[in-house]
Ligand binder design. Structure first.
Ligand code: SAH
Ligand code: SF4
Length: 362
């Protein structure tokens, strides 16, 4: 049985293997047909593929995807999926169709089993870091979700790396970059980098590396506090990369004509919601094209914060508007099934004691 996944091969790599009759258009077609892993699932044969080429590929690659072991539909149309990876570890993915009029679907995907960053308001942090996902597991997560819940057309998919894990962690970033590159290949899924957003807690070397990647996605930074001191209390990563360094990294991040950098701000009642905070958010998010995304904190049983009242959240948003920020409020989806931002954690590892914050080189 081949050990390499077809979810982890680029067209160039496939061509370099010199399959029989390996004209690029033929391999492109193979890539396209198998992107649905139809062959593996239904035994369907792609058109004009030729048995020789097919056999060559099947001898070298397997077509297994992460297994969906639970589906949790929310009352708001989102569905939280639990996916089992080949070593038994599990991650969560959230499928969020937009309004009926707009047929797009946003998939909130995981980059790691658990997370090493130790943010005090986030449930995933309690798991510690178990491991990062391989590129084929990231691509497979997207394919398995699309096969189960749609859409069929990858042109209608947006991806946000806002599930479990820190996608720019040293052990994750290369896999995340490669998975994005594979998913953006025209002959494969053909996703647009503009429709992919990578959210980070603020690992500057990772932001710099992402900026240089071939299929550069959009960037979101989880700001969440407005002074180094306050931020270090809830996001230990601040001790490594302070706010000045972070802002400099955002100023240097290349953006396309209509692209903005998202500055996420989890609103914690009584912790980070003063007028002075709003003023500092406005200053932090100036000088580059940005949009501030306010996320009222989502509660979970062991979480020790208070979700702001709707009125208080609205007042904070109004303040930001008045200070000149472009602001959106995240209506976190899937709250009733524990699928909203910061609520993700999987049972398989929930009993483990949180690990210490791993020190990332650089
Ligand atoms: N590790 C990355 C991406 C995953 S977290 C990051 O931190 O950016 C995705 C978003 O959820 C981040 O903006 C994070 O600040 C936010 N978040 C974490 N816990 C939350 C909670 N309990 N309620 C609301 N948002 C939360
Ligand atoms: Fe990790 Fe992001 Fe949660 Fe922080 S907020 S612990 S970086 S997943």
């Amino acid at each position: 049985m081949p050990t390499r996944s077809f979810c982890d091969v680029t067209l160039d790599e496939l061509e370099a293997l010199r399959p029989p009759g390996s004209a690029k258009h033929l391999l492109g077609r193979l890539h396209r047909v198998t992107r649905w892993v139809q062959d593996a699932r239904t035994g369907e044969r792609g058109p004009e593929m030729g048995k020789e080429l097919r056999t060559f590929v099947e001898e070298r690659f397997h077509f297994r995807l992460p297994e969906i072991v639970a589906r949790n539909p929310s009352g708001d149309g989102a569905t939280k999926l639990l996916l089992k990876l080949d070593d038994g570890a599990t991650v969560e993915t959230v499928h969020m169709p937009r309004a009926v009029k707009n047929p797009r679907v946003t998939l909130c995907i995981s980059s790691q089993v658990g997370c090493a960053m130790g943010c005090t308001f986030c449930r995933t942090a309690e798991m510690g870091l178990v491991r990062s996902l391989r590129p084929d597991e990231i691509v497979g997560q997207v394919l398995a979700t699309m096969l189960a819940l749609g859409p069929d057309d990858p042109g209608r998919v947006s991806l946000v790396f806002m599930g479990m894990g820190e996608p720019l962690h040293a052990s994750a970033i290369d896999n995340v970059k490669r998975a994005i590159e594979i998913m953006c290949e025209e002959s494969g899924l053909g996703l647009a980098p503009m429709r992919i957003t990578v959210s980070t807690s603020g690992l500057v070397p990772g932001i710099e590396s992402l900026a240089k990647s071939k299929s550069r996605p959009c960037l979101a930074l989880s700001l969440n506090a407005t002074t180094d001191e306050a931020r270090a209390r809830i996001m230990p990563v601040t001790k490594r990369h302070g706010l000045d360094e972070l802002r400099a990294a955002l100023l240097a991040y290349p953006v396309r004509p209509h692209e903005k950098i998202t500055v996420e701000y989890v609103l914690l009642a009584g912790v980070n919601d003063t007028r002075a905070d709003a003023e500092r958010i406005a200053a932090f998010s100036s000088g580059y094209r940005s949009v501030v995304n306010v996320i009222p904190w989502n509660a979970y049983p062991t979480g020790d914060f208070v979700r702001p009242e709707d009125d208080a959240a609205s007042a904070f948003v109004t303040m930001l508007h008045e200070l000149g920020c472009l602001v959106t409020v995240r209506r976190s989806r899937g709250q009733d099934v524990g699928g909203a931002c910061g609520q993700l954690a999987t049972d398989a590892t929930r009993t483990k004691a949180p690990k210490k914050l791993a020190v990332v080189p650089g």
